[in-house]
Structure formats: structure tokens, C-alpha cells
Ligand binder design. Structure first.
Ligand SMILES: [Zn+2]
Ligand SMILES: [Zn+2]
Length: 158
């Protein structure tokens, strides 16, 4: 808690209870939440909290460089701590967004055809390690009977 108050003070933001709680939530839940997820998570704890306050607070944090707003995959904005560039991977089954390869810096401060690159975003989509079922992989191996049928088919053709 003390750390969060310090972070806010360092960025010239008055540490009101609501701001502290919102930043604390983002620090403890590295899930790239939407403003709505943050609001839903804190509304019971802070009955005076409104969605407008959440949006205003998040925007203030972005202005001060504490957070970055991400438009990942859909037209919804998600928030995370301002960290080094990294690859985002979204699971199409559970919807979780993972941070991958934090050392990634392709084209960072580089020029491509004379264009100066200042930021880049790589978003991958797939099935996360928790949702990939072992059966998905094993079905790639054909059962013996199927192999025999294929052999027979080739024999007939040749
Ligand atoms: Zn998943
Ligand atoms: Zn991330």
C-alpha cells in the first residue's frame, strides 16, 4: 500500500483512496483489465465509486505515464502498467491475455523505408497452455486402422 502511495506522489497525483485502490488492483491483477472489470472488482469495496471516476483515474494515470492503454484484438481498451514492449497472446477459449517475451524489441527506434518506428504492438491469438487439451495433440496421430486404409488406397492407385 505504501508503495502505491509513493508511486502516485512520484507522479504528482494526489493519493486519494479511490486512486490508491485502482492502482493497487492493477498492480495485483496483471490481467490487462478493461475499465469495466476494474469497476466491477472494486464497486463493493468502494460504494462511492462510479465508472466515470474509474475512467478519469485511468486517463490521469496514462497521462502521467504510470499506465498504458492497449487496444488488443477487439474494440475494447485494456490497461496495464507501463512496461517494456512485449508480445500479447490472447487465448480464444478462456479469453485470458498473457504477456510473452518481455525482451522483445523488434524495430525499436528503428527506421523502415525511412519511417521512424516509435512503438509497435504484436498481438497473437491462439489456445493457451491451460486450454490446450492433451487429446487435441494425440488426435494428430492417426489410429492404426486409418494408416492401413491409407496404405491400401495408395496401393490401389499405383
Ligand atoms: Zn486459455
Ligand atoms: Zn501486457
Amino acid at each position: 500500500m505504501q508503495d502505491i502511495i509513493e508511486i502516485l506522489k512520484e507522479h504528482n497525483i494526489a493519493p486519494s483512496m479511490q486512486r490508491v485502490k485502482i492502482l493497487e488492483y492493477l498492480q495485483n491483477n496483471r490481467i490487462h483489465p478493461t475499465a469495466d472489470i476494474i469497476y466491477q472488482a472494486l464497486m463493493d469495496e468502494i460504494p462511492t465509486l462510479s465508472k466515470t471516476t474509474v475512467y478519469n483515474t485511468l486517463n490521469a494515470f496514462i497521462e502521467k505515464g504510470i499506465l498504458v492503454a492497449l487496444s488488443l484484438f477487439e474494440n475494447e481498451v485494456r490497461y496495464e502498467y507501463n512496461t517494456d514492449p512485449h508480445i500479447h497472446f490472447k487465448c480464444s477459449i478462456c479469453g485470458k491475455i498473457y504477456d510473452l517475451d518481455k525482451s522483445y524489441d523488434l524495430y525499436k527506434d528503428d527506421f523502415i523505408d525511412g519511417h521512424k518506428v516509435t512503438e509497435h504492438h504484436v498481438n497473437l491469438k491462439g489456445i493457451c497452455k491451460n486450454c490446450v487439451k492433451p487429446t487435441t495433440r494425440s488426435t494428430q496421430r492417426l489410429p492404426e486402422i486409418a494408416k492401413r486404409k491409407i496404405t491400401k488406397f495408395h496401393t490401389l492407385r499405383s
